[in-house]
Design a protein around this ligand. Structure first.
Ligand SMILES: [Zn+2]
Length: 317
């Protein structure tokens, strides 16, 4: 059994993108409720700190960070950064805690008090570009965490694996020119945001895109990871794997048309743990059917607790 940190913050519930918006506070509520089950009493529960301005600037230009931090809508007001990225009074703080949670997860595994971590936060981050909020995302939490792992802990080779149904355009663009950063994503294509074709391979084969046709299910999903994604991850041999854990490829999800079963999220979790080299953290991205999200995230965390991390004894002993 692994010591697993659960990192979250109440402030992430105070981000309200407006009535009927799929990226709603209940998403996080149902995930946290699922993790109240007695099976999860071993989780090491920690508060996600507020990311500092300097930490946000690890992945975004200062001018962009300052512009987002200066957004101060009044109660009841929503600022639309694009057609579906809305900022209310609690949104900027929520996004700062989301990034801070991903940073805290890196610190947890590097300090060694946890073997792995799940960061239960919102808004998601993988669509956020260096200079542009989009797709519900303000700050790219996983990219910030990757750069933090370098700046604070001296790691060089860091991988992000993204099984959200949408391509993580922001993460890919931030990583593509750096051969010591790796990004692999399975996603529906065509689908929002439109990037993520198989021929987008980065500067050194460090970008691996695994597009799936609408309607694809477990067999196609497992096949692309077994044939391409996991071997590429193993070949890259990361010092740290950060998972962009979106659960919207579930067959019940209303935002896309992949047909994964809940069990597929357990399978990919086990496979990533086996391929990560020993250090892995996971950060919540999408997932918009509340019941499927709760079940899938719950299974993901169950596998984080029960799964095998290679070299575990050697790493933190
Ligand atoms: Zn998504």
């Amino acid at each position: 059994m692994n010591r697993v940190a659960l990192i979250t913050h109440q402030a992430c519930l105070a981000h309200d993108a407006g009535p009927g918006h799929p990226e709603c506070p209940d998403r996080l509520r149902v995930v946290l409720a699922a993790l109240e089950h007695p099976d999860f009493t071993s989780l090491l529960r920690e508060q996600a700190p507020l990311a500092t301005e300097a930490q946000l600037c690890l992945a975004h230009p200062a001018a962009y960070v300052q512009a987002i931090l200066a957004l101060a809508p009044e109660a009841g007001e929503l600022l639309a950064l694009d057609s579906d990225t809305h900022v209310g009074p609690g949104s900027v703080a929520a996004a700062r805690h989301a990034a801070g949670g991903a940073i805290a997860a890196v610190d947890a595994v590097m300090e060694g008090w946890a073997e792995t971590a799940f960061v239960a936060v919102r808004p998601p981050g993988h669509h956020a570009e260096a200079r542009q909020a989009m797709g519900f995302c303000l700050f790219n939490s996983v990219a910030i965490a990757a750069h933090h792992a370098r700046a604070r802990w001296g790691l060089t080779r860091i991988a992000v694996v993204d099984f959200d149904v949408h391509h993580g355009n922001g993460t890919q663009h931030m990583f593509a020119d750096d051969p010591d950063l790796f990004y692999a994503s399975s996603h529906q294509m065509p689908c929002y945001p439109g990037t993520g074709a198989a021929h987008e391979t980065g500067v050194a084969g460090n970008i691996v895109n695994l597009p799936l046709d609408p309607g694809a299910g477990s067999v196609a999903f497992r096949a692309v990871w077994e044939r391409q994604g996991l071997p590429a991850l193993r070949a890259f041999a990361p010092e740290l794997l950060i998972v962009s854990a979106g659960f919207d490829a579930h067959r019940a999800d209303p935002l896309a048309q992949l047909r994964l079963e809940t069990a597929d999220f357990g399978w990919i979790t086990d496979e990533l743990m086996a391929a990560c080299g020993g250090r892995m953290i996971s950060v919540l991205e999408g997932g918009y059917d509340l019941a499927a999200l709760a079940a899938s995230a719950g299974l993901h965390v169950r596998r984080l607790i029960a799964g095998d991390l290679p070299g575990k004894r050697g790493l933190n002993a």
